[in-house]
Design a binder for this molecule. Sequence first.
Ligand code: IMP
Length: 215
Amino acid sequence: MRDLKGKTLVVASHNAGKLREFADLLEPFGIDAKSAKEFGLPEPDETGTTFEENAYIKAFAAAKATGLPAMSDDSGLAVDALDGEPGVYTANWAEKPDGSRDFMMAMEKTEKRLQEAGASDPAHRGGRFVAVICLAWPDGEAEYFRGEAEGHLVWPPRGDSGFGYDPVFLPLGHQRTFGEMTAEEKHGWKPGQPDALSHRARAFQKFAQARLGSA
Ligand code: IMP
C-alpha cells in the first residue's frame, strides 16, 4: 500500500457532520485534506448492501475523478432488537419525499419500531454504531478500517451536539449520549492515546496507525 505523506487526500463525503469530524481527526497529522464537495464531485448512489461496498463506491469514485487518494466513511446504526436495522440504510430512514433528510423523523421511526418489538428496558435496546473507512487509489486499490461503538438507545433524544442519531445513542459505560458530548469527548481519541470512543474515531485510529504513522 502506498504512502499518503505529502499527498492531497480527498475526503469523499458530502455529509457536513462527517466532514467536521474528519477535519478534527486529520488535523494533528498536517495532511492536506479536501472534501469531495470542494472538488465539485457529485454524490454517487450507494447501491451496495454492506458498509464496505458503499465505502468503496464513494472513495473510488472520488479517487478516479481527482486522480488522488480518497477516503470515505460508510456508517450506520445497527439495533439488535431490529435485527441490525437500519444498518446500511440508516441515512435512508431520514429521507423525506422531497429528498431532504429529517433525523428527528428517523429517530422517531427507530423508537416506534423498538416499541413495536416490546423493547422498552435498556437491556433490550442495545446496538452499535458502525463505521467503515475505505482508502482508495485512482487505480482501484483499496483498504478498509472498521470501527464499532457499543451502546443502547434512549428515548427521548438528549443533547444537540453532533449529528444524525447522536441524541439517542448512549455509549456503553457512559452517562451522556453522543448528542450531549463535545466532539472531543465523542471521538475520545488523540494520536498516541490508547482508545477511541466513537465508531468513526475507532476506524480512524486504525487508519492513522496503518497509513499516517500514528502511535
Ligand atoms: P452514510 O454513511 O452516508 O450512508 O450515512 C450514515 C448515516 O448514519 C448518517 O447519515 C447518520 O444518520 C448515521 N450516523 C453515522 N455515524 C453517525 C454518528 O457518528 N452519529 C450519529 N449518526 C451517525
